[in-house]
Design a protein around this ligand. Structure first.
Ligand SMILES: *Cc1c(COP(=O)(O)O)cnc(C)c1O
Length: 390
């Protein structure tokens, strides 16, 4: 028997009827771009997340790109983000000519550390890398925005981040690519991922908690003016009509077929979230018996969607030993992320030295992820735990 890392086949068997019906309707309509399912999905996504608007787009990366373009981020702007994340978070910043300023993470949640964010903003304001490690840059940088990432499906600490950002006049762009459906209790109400900051972004890449069958993503906002700009940027900066271009934009549209697939998957999404909680609860009990592991810790009031179930070993050597044992037992594993972004060759021009983001570097040296999806059975989880101990 082979154990899948993420089981999309079992899920497909559940939604096949709805998906195929939705796809057939799109094929027959011929409305492959901006068909009625896109508008239907946008309404449903916004209602689900508790925002006024959602804008479907071609990927999570395009969602981030559109958010930054809409907020006018460009050359000379500093955009604060964690280095312990997927490439795209900082890539869009650099592609627009702005400068990613990396801010280390919290060792427990793996999300951006608000205290470090405050120090990094002050360092940029003062132009003083003694206050916090800064990237190399000719001339002064203007603090413009922060992109907190809800890593592995757990919301970042928005209570603290939104206050710091407001104090320093920064935009907040939530990177919720891994956290669609995550919640936090605030003032007695559960607030959902994709509802934080001026614009929030998510991804519907197949392996994400809510995935389509190709690439897809969405932006979320409560602001009517930003909605208008997002719509314009999504289609080459179009103005009042298609052949009037009032700004630069991209080809950021979401396919109607992907929207139809997502509508079908939304029907079972809340149930899948409940199943994910059960899988995580079982792992917590089973893996407590394996010595030397640091299991995910979810702060009170939060519900993680466990986009990944990520564990820390005691050391890099211990991780190698665990991965090798699991490999031999046929258990698929993965490392998110082996190299933090500040040490990636793509950002060499920023001249960050090793040791500047100590928490991200220590976590990258020890972390690994094991199979996680709503359809993971208790027996298989027992096998996985056994493989780790043998
Ligand atoms: C997946 C991901 C993205 C990019 O989404 P795509 O749809 O693959 O472009 C951005 N940020 C994070 C944190 C991600 O995990």
């Amino acid at each position: 028997m082979s154990i899948p890392f993420i089981d999309l086949k079992t899920q497909y068997a559940r939604v096949a009827g709805q998906v195929e019906q939705g796809l057939r309707a799109v094929l027959e309509s011929g409305a492959f771009i901006n068909g009625p399912d896109v508008t239907r999905l946008e309404k449903r996504l916004a209602d689900y997340c508790g925002t006024r608007h959602a804008v479907g787009c071609a990927s999570g990366t395009d969602a981030l790109m559109m958010a930054l373009m809409t907020l006018g981020v460009g050359r000379g702007d500093a955009v604060f983000c964690p280095p312990f994340t997927f490439m795209a978070t900082a890539e869009v910043v650099a592609l627009l000519g702005a400068t990613p300023v990396f801010v280390d993470i919290d060792p427990v949640t793996y999300n951006i550390d608000p205290a470090a964010l405050e120090r990094a903003i002050r360092a940029v304001e003062a132009g003083d890398p003694k206050l916090y490690p800064l990237p190399k840059h000719e001339g002064a940088l203007t603090p413009k925005a922060v992109i907190p990432v809800d890593l592995f499906g757990l919301l970042a600490d928005y209570g603290a981040i939104l206050k710091i950002a407001a104090d320093h006049g920064l935009y907040v762009i939530e990177d919720a690519a891994q956290a669609f459906g995550a919640t936090v209790e605030t003032g007695g109400a559960a607030r959902k991922a994709c509802s934080f900051g001026q614009i929030a972004c998510t991804s519907f890449f197949p392996a994400k908690p809510l995935g389509c069958y190709g690439d897809g993503g969405a932006c979320f906002t409560d602001d009517d003016r930003l909605l208008e700009l997002l719509h314009s940027v999504r289609v080459h900066g179009q103005g009042a009509d298609k052949y009037q271009n009032v700004r630069l934009g991209i080809t950021g549209r979401l396919d109607t077929m992907q929207a139809a697939i997502l509508l079908a998957k939304m029907d079972i999404f809340d149930e899948e979230l409940r199943l994910r909680q059960e899988v995580a609860a079982r792992y917590k009990v089973l893996l407590a018996r394996v010595p030397g592991l640091t299991l995910p810790e979810i702060p009170a009031g939060n519900v993680s969607v466990y986009a990944q179930y990520s564990i820390q070993a005691e050391s890099t050597a211990h991780r190698a030993e665990l991965l090798s044992r699991m490999g031999k037992a046929g258990v698929p594993t993965s490392i998110y992320y082996p190299v933090p972004l500040h040490l990636q060759p793509a950002y060499a021009n920023l001249q960050y030295a090793a040791g500047t983001m100590p928490v991200s570097e220590a976590v990258a040296a020890r972390i690994f992820s094991i199979p996680m999806h709503p359809y993971l059975k208790a027996e298989v989880q027992e096998e996985i735990a056994k493989a780790m101990m043998e």
